[in-house]
Ligand binder design. Structure first.
Ligand SMILES: [Zn+2]
Length: 155
């Protein structure tokens, strides 16, 4: 991937990296490359895994600002809200992720879990069960990010 070029996240046209607006569709294009965004996402998921919610949330929100159509960032932000116990916000982020990536069945099963969790508050004794749902989500995202970061080819 040429670092001087950037793909418009809205229409996938190739633009020069220093251009502020897409030459094809006119949308504001992110200043970070796809790889930079993947690296920040990976960092956010590691921060979440280590319980550093503030950093993880800040990184996710930065990505969404750069690339509002990034379904992975919305789902990871949903995971962060879930870990913070903010289930309603988590559901909103997963709804957004599904809107952006309707074919991703994993997001749908996560949304269903969150819906169940909203209706049945877990007793504190069972809170460790959250990890059973959370860990596959993290592995799933890390797998995708690592394959993106390790691929030298074109997207
Ligand atoms: Zn465009």
């Amino acid at each position: 991937m040429n670092d001087d070029l950037i793909t418009c996240p809205y229409c996938e046209a190739i633009n020069k990296r220093d251009s502020r607006y897409c030459r094809n569709c006119g949308a504001r294009i992110p200043t970070a490359t796809v790889k930079e965004i993947a690296q920040i996402l990976l960092s956010a998921s590691l921060n979440l895994a280590n319980g550093r919610f503030i950093e993880a949330e800040r990184e996710c929100k930065w990505i969404i600002e750069q690339d509002p159509f990034n379904a992975d960032a919305h789902s990871l932000l949903g995971d962060i809200y879930e870990r913070k116990g903010e289930i309603i916000l988590a559901i909103e982020e997963y709804r957004e992720a599904i809107r952006l990536a309707p074919g991703e069945r994993f997001y749908r099963s996560r949304l269903e879990e969150l819906g169940r969790r909203k209706n049945h508050k877990l007793p504190s004794l069972k809170k460790y069960l959250l990890y059973i749902f959370f860990i596959p989500a993290l592995i799933f995202l890390m797998y995708r990010l690592l394959s993106l970061l390790l691929s030298q080819g074109h997207p």
